[in-house]
Design a protein around this ligand. Structure first.
Ligand SMILES: Cc1ncc(COP(=O)(O)O)c(C=O)c1O
Length: 483
């Protein structure tokens, strides 16, 4: 065994012996509900992408599907009534879980579909303003196109470069501005899907106090944090359930505050969304509850699995999950920052906060060689894939965070977009002459300390290395490596 490998094993052993809160419980969960991870020898570190489902969810749902006949809930026969009952139960459980008695729960296919309802139905006009934080998922960014197409204006609030937190001065000024506008919508993520930063939920009432409606993207937040809609009350909230408990996929929801329900103007109707439509008379009435926004038949065979998913989370307890994720993240941050080349230069650069305050279980980073040259994330990912380590790379549908981290200016972006009518990542990187993108490592309920130490071992294997011509060739254009 080489000396580096020896040190790595010792560090890994130390890390595994570090006492974490409820570690025995979570280790047992890993060995039972998530046994397939170890069976396949997989180090899964992409929980912000998707959670892994516990075995019990699969078994319970399989039994549910096998035990009865379920029909389309739009019919009124007994099999349909049965489906309807389970869909209603799941809806109730979602509202209960988020303490959302003043909300409607609209089932959607994912968080993006929930956001699309807001984009499509919010009364954007010349008399409106859409304010977004630069840290936003593209499914929120895309709402600006609905706003623009109806003559509304939009703007972004920048982030602080070091902490990747909201620039409070700018946000306060923008919230105060646009006072003459009638419909003002402010959209931000409770937790960044790219950096893991948890943004202050106090912006919700601060914005509301100044006449803004607030859209809270909670997709990356709720898998490991409690969202209690009696303590904060954003007007619209989007969620994807596979991020919370891994199964089912293809289901999310939009929580709409009842007092803002009528503010959303649905521009069309579809099956299941109306109480009455006529063909001979040009009239229709929309349903006056969540049905209004659920076009056609809902996913009635999978929706009942949400009830089990929430039961599972309640069993583990969200407070325990929050603490577990925080401790694992702290452990990873603490050890990764110490990985240095012999000349003292760091192997890893972490973007955003370096401690666990105001952050979730997502760590955004890049690898650097012994000369301080950044490795293209594609090379790192290729080696990780060969070692059965899964994380996510690229820009994570969050261009704002990458534009800050990669130091890309608006003028450069404007000239790039002006010079093309279609584009791709490699093409843009070639044009800019600098690398973009990063590596996102995220932990979840099934993560154990050995996953962290295996990633640390992986990181250490880059100590004292140099970006090789192989990495350069993979990127087509060597100039890109010169920042
Ligand atoms: C913060 C955030 N918002 C929105 C989305 C979109 O979720 P979905 O792809 O499930 O629609 C994601 C997914 O990664 C996310 O992390």
């Amino acid at each position: 065994m080489g000396i580096t490998a020896f040190i790595v094993r010792v560090v890994a052993k130390n890390m595994e012996s570090q006492e974490l809160y409820n570690d025995t419980f979570f280790n047992r969960l890993r060995n039972t509900e998530y046994a397939k991870l170890d069976k396949s020898g997989h180090v899964y570190l992409d929980y912000t992408g998707a959670n892994i489902f516990p075995q019990c969810l699969l078994e319970e749902h399989y039994e549910f599907l096998q035990n009865a006949v379920y029909g389309n809930p739009h019919s009124n026969n007994s099999s349909s009534q049965l489906s309807g009952k389970y869909v209603s139960e799941a809806r109730e459980k979602v509202l209960e879980y988020f303490n959302a008695k003043d909300y409607y729960c609209v089932f959607t296919s994912n968080a993006s579909a929930a956001l699309q309802i807001v984009g499509e139905c919010y009364p954007f006009s010349r008399d409106s303003h859409l304010l977004l934080t630069a840290d936003n998922h593209n499914s929120v960014n895309g709402i600006r196109e609905y706003c623009k197409s109806r003559g509304g204006a939009y703007s972004y609030c920048p982030m602080n470069q070091q902490e990747l937190s909201i620039n409070e001065e700018n946000l306060n000024a923008q919230l105060k501005g646009h006072a003459n506008k009638k419909n003002k919508l402010f959209g931000f993520p409770a937790q960044s899907n790219a950096s893991g930063v948890k943004h202050s939920l106090s912006w919700i009432w601060k914005a509301q106090d100044q006449g803004w409606d607030v859209l809270l993207d909670a997709a990356a937040f709720v898998p490991a944090s409690k969202l209690d809609l009696t303590t904060i009350s954003p007007d619209f909230v989007c969620i994807s359930f596979y991020k919370m408990f891994g199964y089912p996929t293809g289901l999310g929801c939009l929580l709409v505050k009842k007092s803002k329900f009528l503010k959303l103007k649905k521009p069309w109707f579809a099956g299941g969304t109306v109480s009455l439509v006529s063909i001979n008379s040009n009239n229709f009435f929309l349903a006056d509850d969540s049905d209004r926004f659920e076009n056609g038949t809902v996913n009635y065979l999978d929706i009942p699995a949400i009830t089990n998913g929430l039961k599972f989370i309640n069993g583990v307890q969200i407070g325990n999950i929050t603490r577990r994720i925080q401790e694992l993240t702290g452990l990873a941050l603490q050890h990764l920052m110490k990985v240095k080349h012999d000349n003292g230069l760091p192997v890893i650069k972490i973007y955003g906060p370096k401690d666990t305050e105001n952050r979730g279980g997502t760590i955004l980073l890049n690898f650097f060689d012994r000369h301080g040259q950044q490795y293209p994330y594609q090379s790192i990912e290729k080696i990780a894939n060969e070692n059965s380590i899964s994380f996510r790379t690229g820009c994570f549908c969050n261009p704002g965070i990458d534009e800050i981290n990669s130091g890309i200016r608006s003028e450069q972006l404007n000239s790039y977009f002006a010079s093309r009518d279609k584009a791709g990542y490699d093409d843009m990187v070639g044009f800019l002459g600098k690398l973009r993108g990063a590596i996102r490592v995220s932990v979840g309920i099934p993560t154990v300390t050995s996953d962290i130490s295996k990633f640390l071992e992986f990181a250490k294997s880059f100590m004292n290395t140099s970006v090789s011509p192989f990495d350069i060739i993979r990127l087509r254009d060597p100039i890109m490596l010169i920042d």
